[in-house]
Design a protein around this ligand. Structure first.
Ligand code: ZN
Length: 132
């Protein structure tokens, strides 16, 4: 699917890859390992992009996360309740369970969305990094 192929922002976001080169990881561990869940690398291991251009850079990510997770929760409950016909209790219970299980991943993709607003994909980023 083109939407999730390398070079698109959604690729970087959902695969948690560096927004510039789409090769380097941004986090040290897997999203469901629950070890060092919130520790980001400081720089891209492939193209040397600084993931922390300024202090407090990721405050904006919390806002992004608030907006999209709000919509996500509404749609999730609506789907369970109205489309699949579950009771409200089950719909909300499933939502909470889903959020608990995916909490780290949600935190991470919010940061990825944020940094992707500011950093563009550059297919030659790794090459350029090695020239310096
Ligand atoms: Zn990179």
């Amino acid at each position: 699917m083109a939407l999730f192929s390398k070079g698109s922002k959604s690729y970087s976001i959902f695969y948690l890859k560096c927004p510039r080169c789409h090769e380097g990881e941004m986090f040290e561990t897997g999203s469901w390992s629950f070890v060092k869940s919130f520790d980001m690398l400081e720089r891209c291991p492939k193209c040397n992009l600084n993931y922390f251009p300024e202090p407090g850079y990721y405050y904006g990510a919390m806002f992004i996360s608030y907006v999209w997770s709000g919509w996500f929760c509404l749609l999730f409950v609506a789907l369970f309740h109205w489309v699949l016909g579950y009771s409200q209790t089950v719909a909300f219970g499933s939502l909470i369970l889903f959020l608990v299980v995916n909490f780290v991943y949600i935190f991470r993709i919010s940061r990825l969305m944020w940094i992707n607003i500011n950093v563009k994909y550059d297919p030659r980023a790794i090459e350029k990094a090695h020239l310096h």
